[in-house]
Design a protein around this ligand. Structure first.
Ligand code: GLC
Length: 613
């Protein structure tokens, strides 16, 4: 049989052969160079067809905001990804590459995609089935863009709201986070009964490879410093931060991303005990472990950063795929040196490549390497936007409703004569979506398709009602005006990762003063758009009629109008403790002296009844 015929009929390309047989066959054909190539993930910006083909690059990613071009739509993405895939399939063994993206609240890089509430808002819903359905919708919108691999869910247990990634966490409470790992099954599909423990699972071409991140303890760092140090006993690390990974693994999660952070001073990316002995050996995880962005570069040795030392310690600790993402020639060169010198044993390389190939084969990439354009109609479709609207409704937490509990302020009367809408976040789609939207850190303005809070208030009120919008009302705004009430929407600008670390947590843009100045003149509902609890002065809380925590609701502002005008009841409960003062932090339930402004699980219904925890 000629080599070409052999290749066509070979085991690894045959979907009827067992996965493990396909892996063994393919590995037996691979050179060391091809194996190392498969362990390499590079950013699209540096991904040339020749590099992908000749170096057998295993994966390409779009970092946050790394688009084909501004406001690129799904079909543009599919064209781009298919272009890279074509090059990968031209490699000697034709191993498809896997394309990855952070679709952490919908396919948030793609213009026109449905943008769901960020995780902190989903944690407020306590609704595991809702999160599962969001995963199903997200998988469709991601595959429609040709992308195979989603760096989600973040299963961080955020223990301090000063952490810049608090909004990427579902909760400070481990059990709530565990409940929300249903996103894995939504994204990948649900494994059948009897599916082998720890074995990766993907249900077909409408599903994506998921990634539980960031292993482990990313949300527990001292003072909430991003990429910092989690000081905890082994028992607490397991009970608080590791538990959600068991749920992800039991759902067949295909990949786990290591955390930049450290545990008791030891960096996670070079932690052999946790990455290999615990995650792979004890918990039986058989997918692959991927590094975070340039995380190996940050593993400098005591004498200063020696990249070879960083690579060797990370790969030998159990990292299987490296998100380089730019200096891949140097990475490949150093890897080859380390393998030839024996510093990285061939057995470790083979284990990593087996895991990577297992995920690619399970994901059907050899059978369906290219984008499925029939999914394009799912992007931003009515069904998904209604789902996002439901999520917004269920995420809203009512913290106060009326100065006199017997006289609830909400629901608002949609037929009121004159309504004042004010605040930096009342008419800003970018602000209500937050970070990881359109760009890495997020931005202000009409960044995608969606409805702002002002849009939906105007739609909701009666024909006889007048809505006056002033972002920052002056005394003249009130002169001779008889407003029935004011809705003031304040909060945080978008931010991401360390850019969001905040030791003070004061409502930005002078939000406290703005709400105060309006509440002095008109009965006021304050809505906070934020990725976490913020400082609320007791006198301000006293002065306003009602207060809603809306988190980062995403593109469907309509969910807010649904509830404030009484079409739906409030269901949201705090996923994080609402502290009284910064000095109390870190402050979370089950602590001895626990005197928050609002406790974990707090939430009111319209008629003032406290929702159960
Ligand atoms: C970032 C984040 C990680 C993300 C990755 C790729 O630094 O830490 O959550 O998945 O890089 O964008």
């Amino acid at each position: 049989m000629s080599e070409v015929e052999d290749m066509e009929n070979c085991v690894y390309k045959n979907p009827n052969e067992p996965v493990e047989a396909r892996i063994r066959d393919l590995i037996s054909r691979m050179t060391v160079k091809e194996k190392i190539g498969q362990m390499t993930q590079i950013e699209r910006i540096v991904a040339s067809p020749s590099a992908i083909r000749d170096l057998c690059i295993g994966s390409i990613l779009s970092g946050g905001g790394s688009l084909p071009f501004e406001k690129a739509q799904s079909s543009d993405w599919a064209d781009m990804v298919d272009g890279y895939q074509k090059a990968a399939l031209e490699s000697r063994l034709g191993i498809p590459m896997i394309y990855a993206i952070d679709a952490v609240h919908g396919n948030n890089n793609v213009y026109g995609a449905t943008i769901f509430p960020h995780n902190i808002g989903l944690g407020a819903t306590r609704d595991s089935d809702l999160v599962y359905r969001i995963g199903v919708a997200t998988a469709l919108e991601v595959r429609a863009s040709g992308v195979h691999y989603n760096f989600a869910p973040c299963v961080a247990v955020a223990r301090d709201p000063r952490w810049g990634r608090c909004y990427e966490s579902y909760s400070e409470d481990t059990e709530i986070v565990r409940n929300m790992t249903s996103l894995v099954s939504g994204l990948q599909g649900q494994p059948p009964q009897g599916h082998p423990k720890g074995y990766p699972f993907v249900a077909g071409r409408n599903k994506v490879v998921a990634c539980a991140k960031h292993f482990v303890g990313d949300g527990g760092t001292d003072k909430g410093i991003n990429e910092g140090n989690t000081i905890a006993s082994h028992d607490d690390l397991e009970k608080i931060h590791m538990a959600p990974y068991l749920d992800c693994i039991s759902q067949g999660v295909c990949t786990v991303m290591a955390s930049y952070s450290s545990w008791n001073g030891n960096k996670m990316h070079s932690h052999h005990f946790l990455l290999t002995q615990v995650l792979k050996d004890k918990l039986g995880f058989k997918g692959f472990v991927i590094s975070d962005w340039e995380a190996l570069d940050r593993l400098s040795d005591p004498q200063g950063s020696n990249y070879r030392y960083c690579i060797s310690s990370a790969i030998n600790a159990g990292i299987d795929m490296v998100m380089v993402p730019f200096r891949y020639e140097l990475f490949l060169e150093d890897m080859m040196y380390l393998v030839e010198s024996g510093e990285i044993p061939m057995a470790r390389i083979d284990d990593a490549v087996e895991r990577i190939l297992r995920v690619k084969i399970v994901a059907g990439l050899f059978e369906y390497p290219m984008a499925d354009r029939s999914l394009l109609d799912t992007v931003g479709c009515k069904l998904h936007r209604e789902l996002a609207r439901e999520a917004v409704r269920k995420s809203l937490v009512l913290l106060k409703n009326g100065k006199d509990p017997k006289k609830p302020f909400l629901p608002l009367d949609r037929n009121s004569r004159k309504i004042l809408v004010a605040g930096t976040h009342a008419d800003d789609l970018g602000y209500q979506c937050g970070g990881w939207t359109a760009t890495w850190a997020g931005t202000s303005g009409r960044i995608t398709v969606g409805t702002t809070i002002l849009d939906v208030i105007k739609e909701a009120v009666g024909d006889e009602s007048e809505v006056v919008y002033e972002q920052n009302p002056s005394p003249d705004t009130f002169a001779g005006q008889d407003f029935s009430f004011a809705i003031v929407v304040a909060g945080e600008p978008p931010y991401v990762e360390s850019g969001g670390d905040d030791p003070k947590l004061i409502i930005p843009f002078n939000g406290t003063e703005l709400i105060n100045s309006i509440a002095d003149r008109v009965p006021t509902l304050a809505i906070l758009i934020s990725g976490r609890p913020l400082l609320i002065e007791p006198w301000l809380l006293e002065k306003i009629e009602a207060l809603i925590a809306a988190w980062l609701p995403g593109s469907e502002g309509s969910g807010i109008a649904d509830v404030v005008f009484g079409d739906y009841e409030f269901e949201g409960r705090l996923p994080m403790t609402w502290f009284r003062s910064i000095e109390q932090l870190p402050l979370h339930a089950r602590q001895n002296s626990y005197e928050p402004l609002f406790p974990l699980g707090f939430g009111l219904t319209i008629n003032g009844k406290k929702l159960s925890n």
